[in-house]
Design a protein around this ligand. Structure first.
Ligand SMILES: *[C@@H]1O[C@H](CO)[C@@H](O)[C@H](O)[C@H]1NC(C)=O
Ligand SMILES: *[C@@H]1O[C@H](CO)[C@@H](O)[C@H](O)[C@H]1NC(C)=O
Ligand SMILES: *[C@@H]1O[C@H](CO)[C@@H](O)[C@H](O)[C@H]1NC(C)=O
Ligand SMILES: *[C@@H]1O[C@H](CO)[C@@H](O)[C@H](O)[C@H]1NC(C)=O
Length: 377
């Protein structure tokens, strides 16, 4: 970034210096030549200077000053003209600088992808290119361009990079690009990245595992075909492993239980599809319910949402929640915990939200239970 602003400043000076030359010529110069400006990577700084020198001589102004006013002297007229001309020239320079500062996002992505794809560049450059892509893929139009520019293939290849940091950012980019974007989801799946990302969730480098899980979630969210693939690759076991292992990083567990809630919701919405047996597996259900009793409010909240969705599935059994998972016990412990937290006025709003969610889960649970057991009246 320093390199860029330095080269930008140098160009400024060059253009300013050329202003004198242009004015001395007093000819009308063609304006169209200022269009062909371009952005450059740090490695192309030399290039930029060369090109700007070449362009400098052709940068022109559109001199439409109408010289019909009454001037008392030739000198006055000249000064007026020069003043006006400089003014115009100044704004054209500004416009030019804007173009330099803001090349199209597609151009920026193209450069980043080319840098990433260039194995003769050092790792810092690959790292920088990935950081740039991470920001660039955020707008949906850019995410859609990524594959057109050959970027997906190149980024997916980096999932195999020996450097864990590079793998982490690559997974992150894929997650960002495919989030809420069925087109990119499809493209990434077609390129076979899901399984690779699922393996990365096992990484002992927590940052990598977290971003990989983020990408997996983004790929399979609201996408039944992707979810089928996920389950076919033992995604359910992956979820269960993470949920039932308290030594796993809390961020990973939060993301996992959130994903479980999401998958259960998706199953709820697709009533025409048979429910997966995994959702009604009692060990799995217990590992989700147990998280309600964790000491992390965020994790507890996500677990409540997941349990609420799971309770509404046709194939989950109320009695399993009652007897095997002791959902009543978990909800009661959480009630006491929230009651204590309510005393902290800074947390009160959040705690009250959690309490109403907790009650809702209790309600859904007892409705489901009421259908199978007949409480004497
Ligand atoms: C500007 O350039 C275009 C094409 O190069 C040419 O057709 C046009 O006449 C030029 N205008 C002036 C004012 O020189
Ligand atoms: C890769 O980078 C090197 C070093 O900057 C450069 O000389 C070469 O032209 C680049 N290759 C491609 C294919 O862009
Ligand atoms: C990456 O480089 C290879 C050759 O090294 C080339 O065939 C391929 O088209 C490049 N991909 C992109 C997206 O630039
Ligand atoms: C993750 O590791 C566990 C045990 O270490 C293994 O059973 C499982 O297959 C691995 N998952 C993936 C997706 O590689």
């Amino acid at each position: 970034m320093m390199g860029r602003s330095a080269s930008g400043l140098a160009l400024w000076l060059l253009l300013l210096a050329s202003a004198g030359a242009v004015m001395a010529q007093a000819d009308r110069v063609n304006k169209s030549s200022s269009g062909g400006l371009f952005w450059s990577t740090a490695k192309e700084e030399g290039d930029l200077m060369r090109k700007s020198e070449a362009q400098e001589s052709t940068v022109g102004v559109d001199d439409n000053a109408d010289l019909d006013g009454g001037f008392s002297s030739l000198d006055g007229m000249l000064q007026w003209a020069i003043g006006r001309w400089c003014f115009l020239f100044f704004f054209q320079l500004l416009e030019l600088m804007e173009k330099l500062k803001m090349p199209s996002d597609a151009q920026l992505m193209q450069i980043a992808i080319a840098d990433l794809n260039n194995s003769s560049l050092p790792m810092e450059d690959h790292h920088r290119a990935l950081q740039e892509l991470l920001i660039l893929v955020e707008p949906i139009d850019n995410a859609n361009d990524l594959n057109k520019l050959g970027g997906l293939t190149v980024v997916i290849r980096e999932l195999d990079n020996p450097d864990p940091e590079i793998r982490k950012i690559s997974a992150w980019i894929l997650g960002k690009a495919s989030q809420n974007n069925p087109v990119v989801q499809e493209q990434v799946l077609e390129l076979g990245a899901l399984q690779k990302l699922m393996k990365m969730v096992n990484s002992s480098f927590v940052e990598e595992a977290t971003k990989a899980l983020y990408a997996v979630s983004a790929l399979i969210r609201k996408n039944l075909a992707a979810q089928e693939l996920f389950y076919a690759k033992a995604g359910d076991l992956m979820l269960q492993d993470i949920l039932s292992n308290p030594s796993i990083d809390i961020r990973l567990r939060r993301k996992t239980v959130f994903l479980v809630g999401d998958l259960a919701e998706c199953q709820l919405e697709s009533t025409h599809k048979a429910e997966l047996p995994f959702f009604s597996n009692r060990h799995f259900l217990k590992s989700v319910v147990d998280l309600i009793a964790s000491s992390d409010l965020d994790l507890q909240e996500k677990a409540l949402v997941a349990v609420k969705n799971l309770l509404q599935l046709r194939t989950t059994e109320a009695l399993v929640f009652k007897d095997y998972c002791d959902l009543d016990g978990a909800l009661e412990r959480m009630r006491k915990q929230l009651q204590q937290l309510m005393e902290d006025e800074y947390k009160r709003d959040y705690v009250m939200d959690l309490e109403s969610l907790r009650r809702e889960v209790g309600l859904v649970f007892h409705q489901k239970l009421g259908k199978v057991t007949h409480v004497p009246t």
